[in-house]
Design a protein around this ligand. Sequence first.
Ligand SMILES: [Cu+2]
Length: 185
Amino acid sequence: MTDFARTFIPRGLAAALAVAAVWLAAADAQAADYDVGAIHIGEPWARATPKGAANGAAYMTITNKGTAPDRVSCVSSDASAQCQIHSMTMEGGVMKMRPVEGGLEIKPGETVTLKPSGLHVMLLKLKEPLQPGKTVKATLKFEKAGTVDVEYPIAAIGAAAPGMPAGGGAMMEGHGGMMPMSPKH
Ligand SMILES: [Cu+2]
């Protein structure tokens, strides 16, 4: 056996096992769906935050299976002093985010996706960093459907989607402090 084979193969195996472990961990953190009234919430997830980050963000899909529009706000989170739903828009070439006033409307039959670079649940003034593999809880209030506690499994810092590694094409935005914040923050 050559030196190459002796050193390379065990390392390869170790790497494969490490990858498998990450996959198992991801499966463990599989998000639950939620139903409240006519509202279905799918694929909740949040992004891990670096040490010292003031704010974090959480995402999900919200489907209105009913016949009337509903509006959702974030009441509170166990991880932060405040919780708001934010929109993101381009203004003069700069991405800006601001609270959705009066709640985010979900029209009948519509699915609204909260995701990086778009609508998000903003966790303002984090009590501690959001750590990958853990979950963060937020209480959402729908005007018609009522209140629901949602657990958001936390994905890696900079993850573009739940269960994806960091840096999946989402390096330019986030809440880590690289993006210009609106004056409200
Ligand atoms: Cu925000």
